[in-house]
Design a protein around this ligand. Structure first.
Ligand code: ZN
Ligand code: ZN
Length: 240
């Protein structure tokens, strides 16, 4: 398990990342990987010298099989409270099927989308305890801004962890060979807007559903890749 910045650890879940965050009142997990990967999370918790019941919160960036796959098993073992955007909750709570996506432009998108995304897939359903509200600051581990970031998936959110100035970009973009598109889009234009929205934020580190995390100067890379258009600057709520 690798630490990105102080208090944030990457849990490898196959070709997908989950993030384990240390807070004052226990641990928070962002996303739950492919099915059958729950032991990676339990191992990561042990590596921190903690016990499974200290995982208090499980925040989902969106309800795709590679982000909720091991969720039911993790919740059974830990009792963590679950959070998701309302548009994706019905998918998580039935365990699929999933909304269709169009592969991202380019050959790689077509190959990866067909390889990793199967809308008819069925998973263990997971109940969601709390719907996320875009614009809110989730009062967990010092505070996460909840930023709606549709396009790849209608109910997708990005999360900005204020104490560490780290952006969790979900599948708005990947960082496999530099910043790039996710495997597919439900709505390409919305996806582009979400990429520019994240590029307009202020942060130092960034984590991705797929690919390598960036420990510093991440916002600059976003701005270089996704030039923000005037009028698209996204304002976060001032700290209370
Ligand atoms: Zn996804
Ligand atoms: Zn994904």
């Amino acid at each position: 398990m690798k630490q990105v910045i102080k208090g944030v650890h990457i849990v490898p879940m196959g070709f997908a990342n989950a993030f384990l965050i240390e807070g004052d009142n226990g641990l928070t997990l962002i996303d739950a990987g492919f099915p059958g990967k729950e032991s990676a999370v339990f191992g990561a918790i042990r590596e921190l010298g903690r016990s499974a019941d200290q995982l208090k919160h499980l925040i989902f960036t969106h309800a795709h099989p590679d982000h909720i796959g091991s969720a039911a098993a993790i919740v059974r073992e830990t009792g963590a409270r679950t959070y998701m955007h309302p548009l994706d909750i019905p998918i998580a709570e039935t365990g699929g099927p999933f909304r269709p996506m169009t592969p991202a432009p380019g050959l790689l998108g077509r190959v990866l989308c067909n390889l990793f995304f199967h809308p008819e897939e069925r998973l263990d359903p997971v109940a969601i305890d709390q719907p996320l509200t875009p614009g809110e600051i989730l009062p967990i581990a010092g505070g996460f801004d909840v930023i709606h970031a549709p396009g790849h998936c209608a109910g997708q959110v990005a999360l900005l962890w204020r104490p560490g100035r780290m952006l969790f970009a979900a599948d708005v973009c990947t960082n496999i060979v530099g910043l790039g598109d996710p495997v597919g889009f439900e709505n390409l234009e919305e996806g582009r807007m979400s990429q520019r929205k994240l590029a307009s934020l202020s942060f130092d580190a960034a984590g991705f559903g797929h690919g390598k995390a960036i420990a510093r100067d991440a916002a600059m890379r976003f701005r270089n890749k996704y030039a923000t258009r005037p009028g698209e600057m996204h304002q976060l709520r001032p700290a209370a």
